[in-house]
Design a protein around this ligand. Structure first.
Ligand code: CAA
Length: 258
């Protein structure tokens, strides 16, 4: 499908989704978020896709929700249209892993979008922030909740109250991103990581994603029980037999998603 605000390419079992509104530093308007939800649904249903990478430009992953689009809205309009609610919920329904490859600004909704992905790789020029306080509002796509879980209350509170940006080194130090790489290496590294994930058994990849995400949604005891049940159930797969046999026979496994 052709999109107006995204460029989507599928190669080597990886879908690369580029946010493409350069005139507005990839600000997230309703069209972009609607198209992103559609592209993720398509990728999730496509047998030729086993991992997804979302990226922006070198200057901006996304500079936030589109301020022009929002500026004249009333609270009733925002509430009745469930502004960003529907799109973000559909993004979170994606079962295949999503890597955010962030260069430049990831601000407001851009930071929130990156945090809704499964993990964030960033370039050394990345800047993260929740500057909504400067606009007389607060974060609206999960920033107050997710940033707090990533980096802890003190840093999250300071960022939400002052609107200051966090650079790549601070983002790595505080656990917001998994790794920082030089700008020129960001996309090659994100795609290589996605291809590595794509080469695993999809059964255990989806199970791992569900189990790690459970850590955000439940108590430690229930989360560990959920993990153990999935762990036990994976012993019914051919891929478990193949993975362990390959290790013992000192060869590469041939996973077949069974
Ligand atoms: N919405 C709409 N347009 C935006 C935008 C946004 N969030 N961010 C940047 N743009 C537009 C600018 O208006 C400008 O367009 P024009 O050329 O037509 O004027 C263009 O992108 C380039 O931006 P700048 O000239 O400002 O570029 P800069 O390099 O000087 O500054 C920046 C970059 C620091 C990121 C600055 O653009 C900025 O502060 N942007 C807004 C960041 C922000 O407040 N984000 C939060 C939005 S609210 C939100 O996200 C709510 C939520 O949680 C759901």
């Amino acid at each position: 499908m052709a999109y107006q605000t995204l460029i989507v390419e599928v190669e080597d079992y990886v879908a690369l989704i580029r946010l493409n509104r350069p005139e507005a530093l990839n600000a997230l308007n309703s069209m972009l978020l609607g198209e992103l939800a559609e592209a993720l649904k398509e990728a999730d249903a496509n047998d030729k896709v086993r991992c997804i990478v979302i990226t922006g430009s070198e200057k901006a992953f996304a500079a936030g929700a589109d301020i022009k689009e929002m500026s004249t809205k009333t609270s009733v309009e925002m509430f009745l249209s469930n502004f960003f609610g529907t799109e973000s919920e559909s993004l979170l329904r994606t079962r295949k892993p999503i890597i955010a490859a962030v260069a430049g600004y990831a601000l407001g909704g851009g930071c929130e979008l990156a945090m809704m992905c499964d993990f964030i790789l960033c370039a050394d020029n990345a800047k993260f922030g929740q500057p909504e306080i400067n606009l007389g509002i607060i974060a609206g796509i999960g920033g107050t909740q997710r940033l707090t879980r990533f980096v802890g209350k003190s840093k999250s509170m300071e960022m939400h109250l002052t609107g200051r940006f966090m650079d790549a080194a601070e983002a790595e130090r505080s656990g917001l991103v998994s790794r920082v790489v030089p700008l020129a290496q960001l996309l090659p590294e994100a795609l290589a990581t996605a291809r590595k994930i794509a080469s695993k058994s999809q059964v255990s990849v989806l199970a791992a994603k569900e189990a790690v995400n459970r850590a955000y949604e439940t108590t430690l005891h229930e989360g560990v029980l959920f993990e153990r049940r999935l762990f036990h159930s994976l012993f019914s797969t051919e891929d478990q037999k193949e993975g362990m046999a390959a290790f013992l026979e000192k060869r590469e496994p041939q996973f077949r998603d069974r």
